[in-house]
Write a protein that binds this ligand. Structure first.
Ligand SMILES: Cc1cc2nc3c(=O)[nH]c(=O)nc-3n(C[C@H](O)[C@H](O)[C@H](O)COP(=O)(O)OP(=O)(O)OC[C@H]3O[C@@H](n4cnc5c(N)ncnc54)[C@H](O)[C@@H]3O)c2cc1C
Length: 388
């Protein structure tokens, strides 16, 4: 049987679902195909940091700012439902070298209008009372936000279905039939689909799918893990990360001599946040070119917890689960939200460690691409052609 639709979305992670919700509300007939259950790719493993101070000045930061504005515009009932927190965020600094680097990072971010400052240990203790002396200072950004990613996904799913999206789980796309520079049909294990437009939003698997029709996407897989713990205490008052990871992202070389080899090997850096009686501890950044088995490991669970214990007393928590996912990272760190040489095919992938924060704006960019309204310099910067 052949199904017809306006917009066919391949992949039901946070990116595909956000686009489905947004475009169906613009009046399009949207079908979303997900081979497993919604959100069971990278999205299920994500923490929900929607931080500005972790974004590189330029397009990355602007996309994140605009996404935060969209979250801010949700009514309180939605904000409560998705666990939206607007109390800012911290990046911990543990030595003079990091302090010097973060002073430069803060200056760059301030120049871009981000409300961020370095705070000393005393002030840090007033904001995050349970912190140990290992943190000598921190950066504090009042623009930073946090959500519960799976609650956000569930909200988008409900809204998408309410506005008429034909959301099909357990349907695998395995081929595209093209006629010249046009896809005439999409083959799945549940029949053929014909669409005016097709968007590949299959996370890291977008690389293989786009490759089927000769489109090369320079994506790399970066495995990440995070653990959930149960507590009956109040331990973490504000979402907190470690600045070591960010310094690398901004292109500064941080001395690694004193770092535990396991922490280094797993690319582990602290992320910690508490919501009600759950404490979430992240994360690893594991290069996994040849191993796409997305299983959490006991080793990473242990290393992430030990790393967190350097900064916080965590005796009062009980392990609940560790999740793992493959972040789709593009070679320049920016997402690929793009038309392609195939006239009716678009891509929305490559969000790396920022897919939750950038999901709302990704949907807007896709919409503007479809309506030929996207500002041309932004279109170029996000285009898959930039890698040619
Ligand atoms: C440990 C960890 C922590 C993170 N923390 C944060 C954070 O704090 N903030 C943030 O912004 N981001 C964070 N991220 C990044 C974020 O999770 C990703 O950027 C985001 O989930 C990518 O979403 P996606 O929809 O592109 O991909 P995915 O979630 O992987 O979704 C792709 C979907 O496509 C489906 N699919 C694949 N092939 C096919 C096919 N042939 N047919 C049909 N369906 C198919 C898959 O089953 C999958 O469900 C984190 C990631 C990890 C791993």
């Amino acid at each position: 049987m052949t199904h017809k639709t306006n917009l066919l979305i391949v992949g039901g992670g946070i990116i595909g679902t956000a686009i489905a919700e947004y475009m169906s509300k613009r009046g399009l007939k949207v079908t979303l195909l997900e081979k497993n259950a919604l959100g069971q790719g990278c999205t299920k493993a994500s923490a929900g940091y929607i931080f500005l101070q972790t974004k590189k000045p330029g397009i990355h930061l602007e996309l994140a700012k605009n996404s935060i504005s969209m979250f801010e515009n949700y009514p309180d009932s939605v904000k409560n439902r998705i666990g939206y927190r607007s109390g800012g965020g911290l990046l911990l600094i543990e030595n003079e070298e990091q302090l010097s680097i973060m002073t430069k990072v803060v200056s760059q971010l301030k120049n871009q209008g981000v409300s961020v400052e370095i705070i000393n240990q005393n002030k840090l203790k007033t904001i995050q009372p349970s912190i140990k002396d290992k943190a000598i200072a921190a950066t504090y950004c009042t623009n930073d936000r946090y959500i519960n990613p799976l609650s956000y996904l569930a909200y988008l799913k409900e809204e998408a279905e309410y506005s008429g999206v034909d959301l099909r789980e357990g349907v695998t796309v395995y081929n595209f039939i093209s006629e010249g520079e046009y896809i005439s049909a999409v083959e799945t294990d549940h029949g053929k689909f014909i669409a005016d437009y097709i968007i590949i939003t299959a996370g890291y698997e977008s690389k293989r799918l786009a490759g089927l029709i000769g489109i090369r996407i320079p994506l790399k897989p970066l495995k990440g893990q995070f653990s959930e713990y149960i507590t009956n205490g109040s331990i973490i008052s504000i979402p907190t990360l470690e600045s070591r990871y960010l310094a690398n992202k901004f292109g500064y070389n941080v001395s690694l001599d004193s770092i535990d080899p396991d922490v280094l090997f797993l690319g582990c850096s602290l992320g910690i946040v508490q919501q009600d009686n759950m404490v979430y501890i992240s994360t690893t950044r594991e290069i996994c070119d040849t191993d796409l088995v997305v299983q959490p490991t006991a080793k990473a669970t242990k290393v992430m917890l030990e790393n967190a214990k350097k900064f916080f007393s965590l005796d009062n928590i009980t392990w609940f689960i560790t999740r793992a996912g493959i972040r789709p990272i593009s070679s320049d760190g920016l997402p690929i939200i793009s038309k392609t040489r195939i006239h009716n095919l678009l891509l929305a992938t490559g969000h790396g460690g920022d897919g939750i924060s950038l999901a709302p704006m990704t949907a807007v960019v896709i919409c503007e691409l479809l309506e030929n309204k996207l500002e041309s310099s932004l279109e170029k910067s996000l285009s898959v052609n930039r890698f040619e």
